[in-house]
Design a protein around this ligand. Structure first.
Ligand SMILES: *Cc1c(COP(=O)(O)O)cnc(C)c1O
Length: 441
């Protein structure tokens, strides 16, 4: 499988090169040259397949021959090594809980897959990556990404990870997830905002001296190795869906639109889905686009579902690419709506009160969007993707339900560990000298 750039100014590359590059040199996003069709056999008998076999079958064509079969089977097995249950919330709405991974975020799947692929590529061909250069993953985070990347890359041989986060602006759970691992994970606590962190990372990627001394790569959500494995949620949801004759409507809390775009890719490759809803918070660029066919990026506004506070979603171009920029085809299976803060909170409260199910703010946005859609489609049922554990957003959740959220045992221990971060001013030079020191120059 080859990948082209959505800007069409860069050469096509294979999965390995696309993973290593992250973004195409022309600043476009990599996109597969064709969408593989999954076997009818698999779809019709999906309940009889193991999750690992489904994952292998789905990912195989995208990876091509860049990773041998036994390695890829190991990688996908480790990627989905936790529960992904489908929980009934109401008669017509089910929640696919994607938060049982090690950092309680759905981003664990993408981060685990990418880290293992990159780890394999580094081990297998150091010459390709530049001899004697350490492979260093550099990433800025506003919260969830950093934890998933840190955990995913922890102890991956030959890869150092440097994570920049804005001091005082991530939740205490998120900060512990970033700063307590150690070993090959370095957490830089930046005296500034998320935008400052991102600016510093961008600057580092263009620095000639750094390029000569390190092999720098990014682990953000546009990387194909983070984007593509998200298709697995949708296949695994369908495996658990009881009424195979009436496929689900799927609502996806969306920010950068990587997750929902992977779902639509799964649909195009043969997975039965009734309809996709991109559920957005007040950041409504895509809902507006679906009304006007005019794509107008905005500055992000802050909400309680902060992982979706994105004003110019980078993966939306990939959705347009799937439909070859034909709006009618897109609108036939996809809609998008914007949910206010007020409605997010009242949904969270009422679902808890009436159905004894605790959503997080992102899941509440998705639930609300799905509920609205189903009201005008009485014959259909749906799934909301619950993208984070409510405890990660307890500052927002607790006042709404008037109760504290119990900490899952999986992370209790981590919360007792000592934070270990390196404080840094928001200056590119400071990051540069840190990276040069890390590379041993
Ligand atoms: C990242 C994130 C999202 C948004 O996912 P996209 O793929 O960027 O649309 C939604 N919810 C949570 C909890 C997230 O961390």
């Amino acid at each position: 499988m080859q990948y082209f750039s959505t800007n069409h100014q860069s050469p096509e590359v294979d999965f390995k090169q696309a993973t290593i590059n992250g973004q195409a040199p022309d600043k476009g996003l990599y996109f597969p040259e064709r969408i593989p069709i999954v076997s009818k056999e698999l779809i019709e008998n999906i309940s009889q397949y193991s999750n690992e076999e489904i994952a292998y079958q789905v990912m195989k064509p995208y990876v091509g021959d860049t990773i041998p079969e036994d390695e890829l089977r190991r990688i996908v097995g480790e990627t989905i090594q936790f529960d992904i249950p489908l929980v009934k919330v109401t008669d017509r709405i089910y929640s696919l809980e994607l938060y049982h991974g090690p950092t309680l975020a759905f981003k664990d799947v993408g981060a685990r897959f990418m880290s293992r692929c990159l780890g394999y590529f580094v081990k297998q061909s150091e010459s390709n990556l530049g001899k004697n250069k350490k492979v260093t993953v550099l990433v800025a985070t506003s919260g969830d990404t950093g934890g998933a990347v840190a955990n995913g890359f922890y102890e991956v041989e030959g890869v150092e990870v440097v994570i920049l986060y804005p001091s005082g602006k991530v939740s205490s759970v998120q900060e512990k997830q970033l700063t307590t691992l150690g070993k090959n994970i370095h957490a830089l606590e930046i005296d500034g905002t998320f935008d400052d962190c991102q600016q510093m990372v961008k600057q580092a990627f263009t620095d000639e001296q750094l390029k000569q001394n390190l092999f720098l790569t990014s682990a953000n959500s546009i990387n194909v190795a983070r984007w593509l494995p998200q298709q697995l949620y949708y296949f695994l949801a369908y495996k658990l869906w009881a009424d195979k004759n009436n496929p689900p409507v799927i609502a996806v809390p969306s920010g950068n639109f990587g997750n929902i775009c992977a779902g639509i890719l799964a649909f195009q490759s043969g997975l039965p889905v009734q309809h996709f809803i991109a559920a957005c918070n007040a950041n409504d660029v895509v809902p507006n686009y679906m009304q006007t066919q005019d794509y107008v990026p905005k500055n992000a506004v802050a909400t309680i579902s902060n992982a979706m506070d994105v004003g110019n979603p980078s993966n939306f171009i990939r959705i347009l690419e799937i439909f070859q920029h034909q709006f009618t085809n897109l609108a036939a299976v996809f809609s998008s709506c914007s949910i206010s803060e007020e409605l997010t909170k009242s949904t969270l409260a009422s679902v808890y009160k009436n159905h004894h199910y605790l959503l997080d703010p992102h899941g509440a946005v998705g639930f609300s969007a799905l509920d609205q859609y189903l009201q005008s489609h009485p014959d259909q049922k749906g799934i909301v993707l619950e993208t984070a554990h409510p405890v990660k957003f307890y500052d927002a959740v607790e006042p709404v339900i008037g109760q504290s959220v119990p900490i899952p045992t999986a992370i209790q221990h981590q919360l007792t560990l000592e934070k270990n971060s390196i404080k840094m001013e928001a200056k590119s030079e400071s990051l540069k000298s840190f990276l040069l020191q890390l590379s041993g120059t």
